[in-house]
Ligand binder design. Structure first.
Ligand SMILES: [Zn+2]
Length: 474
């Protein structure tokens, strides 16, 4: 049994190594292509493999990915200052090891990048970006699905009359980016072309021999385009995406509850109440999107860690989300704020998360000392760690986008690894979301605000969607 496992492990390791090289080689090609879309893809790939390299402790690969991220950042004008700091730190480390006397960083290819002044914290910089996630036909209406709410300023529509052998052209410019060019066809339309027109603009050109009765409508995250044509039979894309969701079970675990109030915040707001409200909103949104959702508690009940892990093991979810709120002692209450998302990582765990680990693991932790958790954590597969990290990043990105869209002031989300007992129970991707600091006088006001709670939950749900979409492509 053990030997079989070892062989399997080796095999998957080799396969992963081969695919990593291929992925990074193709990312390099994309990076130096003239297509912004491909450059974005490269940026995405480098970011993903940077995390993998971190987990594997592969410095060479970390350097390669960081270099890629920084070049892509410059080309696409994305803020990658955090990655620059990491790159500079890693390079100065390397130089330090090579030439022990020489202290300043070497003059390598990336000499323009300034070294970090102090130790860069372990965090991933998240910026908002909006993307076209797919499309489907609803009878005769083409529905373009985006991962953000469309506003009137996001869509610009105009027509072009037939000219030089081209038919009637109807053009939509939409503020979004394209990860993958969709192939959209209809037997009555000459051509439907979707392309990355500018760095942050998608252009949809609908070309027809005869004039069309073109109408469009923004509905939430969708752009509905009605062309006055006959219905498309068998709307495949729609069916597939729904079926995908139906197969997925998500467990939402609102922290604490009942006798265990969790953190007591400013104005005596309790962690257990805030996290239950947000969890319920999240569950409602996910159910609406077709996911199966189970909760470890849906009311103010006391739940032991043992109950939570047992519940999770029994249900074998595709995803596990534990929802908590953070706090710090009074003297620091004005300083600490922001959303943090943790994934289970037995190897890592900064000073900061250790304090948090102790707090979140505390509930009925007496019987389990930290060495037992470590032992349990060590049995967690690398694939799960990696998947959880992907999930955390996708959630972080989407939460920031959503909140900023609704003009809420938010810092970038901190994504980090940690040892949380409750995450050990899940066999698939699992994260612990700290929705904010209840100890912060202003932040707690946001956390009890219904609109803020809803937007935050929508962002988390978007992250879940994006995670599953990306997973299908990996
Ligand atoms: Zn908690």
């Amino acid at each position: 049994m053990l030997r079989l496992f070892t062989t399997f492990f080796l095999l998957t390791t080799i396969l992963f190594a081969v695919s990593t090289k291929a992925a990074l080689d193709s990312a390099k090609k994309d990076l130096y292509s003239h297509s912004k879309t491909r450059q974005f893809q490269a940026y995405d790939t480098y970011k993903r493999y940077y995390i993998k390299a971190l987990i594997d402790g592969n410095t060479k690969q970390q350097l390669r990915c960081l270099n890629g991220i920084c070049i892509a950042g410059k080309k696409l004008r994305i803020d990658v200052s955090d990655y620059k700091k990491k790159l500079a730190k890693l390079e100065s480390h390397k130089t330090h090891h090579k030439k022990k006397q020489k202290k300043e960083p070497s003059h390598t290819k990336t000499e323009r990048i300034k070294p970090a002044k102090k130790t860069a914290p372990k965090r991933v910089q998240i910026r908002s970006k909006h993307a076209l996630r797919g499309f489907h036909w609803d009878e005769s209406t083409l529905v373009l699905e985006f991962d953000f709410m469309l506003h009137s300023k996001d869509v610009n529509f105009f027509k072009l009359r037939p000219d030089k052998g081209k038919g009637y052209r109807y053009i939509f410019d939409i503020n979004a980016i394209l990860f993958k060019k969709p192939v959209i066809k209809h037997k009555e339309i000459k051509r439907i072309k979707v392309s990355q027109y500018r760095r942050d603009k998608i252009r949809v050109v609908i070309e027809s021999k005869k004039p069309l009765n073109m109408r469009f409508n923004r509905e939430g995250k969708n752009l509905q385009i009605t062309m006055g044509i006959s219905a498309v039979h068998a709307p495949k894309a729609k069916k597939v995406s729904k079926r995908v969701n139906h197969n997925k079970l998500i467990i939402i675990d609102p922290g604490h509850g009942g006798r265990d109030g969790g953190a007591v915040g400013y104005g005596r707001h309790l962690e257990k109440d805030i996290v239950l409200q947000i969890s319920k909103r999240l569950a409602k949104i996910l159910k609406k999107e077709g996911y199966k959702v189970k909760m470890t508690r849906s009311s103010d009940k006391t739940r032991s860690l043992k109950y939570r892990t047992k519940f999770t093991r029994k249900n074998k979810p595709d995803l596990f989300i534990s929802v908590h709120a953070n706090s710090v002692p009074k003297k620091n209450a004005h300083k600490a704020r922001g959303i943090e998302i943790y994934y289970l990582d037995p190897k890592r765990g900064s000073q900061r998360s250790s304090r948090l680990e102790r707090k979140e693991n505390a509930a009925d932790y007496n019987a389990m000392d930290s060495s037992i958790t470590k032992l349990f954590s060590a049995t967690q597969s690398r694939a799960k760690v990696l998947e959880s990290n992907f999930l955390a990043i996708d959630m972080g990105q989407n939460v920031v986008s959503r909140l900023r869209e609704k003009r809420f002031k938010v810092k970038d989300v901190k994504v980090a690894g940690g040892n949380f007992w409750v995450l050990v129970g899940a066999t698939s991707a699992a994260v612990l979301v700290e929705v904010g600091f209840v100890s912060h006088p202003q932040e707690v006001k946001q956390l009890i605000n219904k609109k803020y709670q809803q937007t935050l939950a929508e962002g988390l749900a978007d992250g879940v969607d994006q995670y599953f979409r990306n997973k299908a492509r990996r």
